[in-house]
Write a protein that binds this ligand. Structure first.
Ligand code: DX5
Ligand code: ZN
Length: 220
């Protein structure tokens, strides 16, 4: 298993103080910063776009992990790469030409990830998995923070870990100290957490409690 990484989702942070909120979780031990991009079409919410990512770049000393929940990722991915994303992930349900988009993202110097909604089978990865740097398994439906983890995703995580070897497998939605252990045991190694971290009294304690899930990781 690759190293466990914690990626706080700024969706749950105080948007009036985004720069400070990023620095606070990085100082508390965050490995990546997860940026949720929603367009009001693919996901039933509208969040942030490339200018905000560009503004955050200089305030963020760790990789920016940009999760595109948008209808036309092929059209917009390049703008997020240029804004300073380190990793750009798009949904297989939304991409018309996923191979082309993976290449486009990599050619712009970013890592490329593909994302599966809860209702999408890991079979969709059969001809894609070998080309991506990361797979992101949605453990809630896209749109909002604070939703409940969907347990059936554990089986999907196990299947995908068997497909991608030592590459990153990220999970997103409903992650707390308890679900963290379950997903890590199933094979996930990048944990996105929004409300669990940003609603906590102590960001350090919250991040440490997620990192403790490492003891549940399967032995190689
Ligand atoms: C859901 C987003 C998630 C969300 C997670 O559409 O992709 O990143 O912010 O929030 P929590 O951790 O609160 O479930
Ligand atoms: Zn996300």
């Amino acid at each position: 298993m690759p190293d466990l990484k914690i990626a706080p989702s700024i969706l749950a942070s105080d948007f009036s103080r985004l720069g400070e909120e990023i620095e606070a979780v990085v100082n508390a031990g965050a490995d990546w910063i997860h940026v949720d991009v929603m367009d009001g079409h693919f996901a039933p919410n509208i969040t942030i776009g490339p200018p905000v990512v560009a503004a955050l770049r200089s305030r963020c000393s760790v990789p920016l992990d940009v999760h595109l929940m948008i209808s036309d990722p092929g059209y917009y991915a390049e703008a997020f790469c240029e804004a300073g994303a380190d990793l750009v992930s798009f949904h297989v349900e939304a991409a018309k030409h996923p191979h082309r988009l993976i290449n486009c993202i990599k050619e712009r110097g970013c890592k490329a990830g593909v994302v599966l909604n809860p209702g999408t089978s890991h079979d969709e990865l059969e001809y894609l998995a070998e080309y991506v740097d990361m797979v992101l398994v949605m453990t809630v439906n896209p749109g909002f923070g604070g939703q409940s983890f969907i347990p059936a995703m554990l089986r999907k995580i196990e299947c995908i870990r068997a497909m991608i070897g030592d590459r990153d497998l990220e999970v997103d939605g409903g992650i707390d100290d308890l679900t963290a252990r379950e997903v890590v045991e199933a094979g996930a190694n990048v944990l996105v957490a929004g409300s669990y971290i940003y609603n906590a009294d102590s960001y350090i304690d919250a991040i440490e409690s997620l990192k403790a899930a490492e003891s549940a990781a399967p032995r190689r």
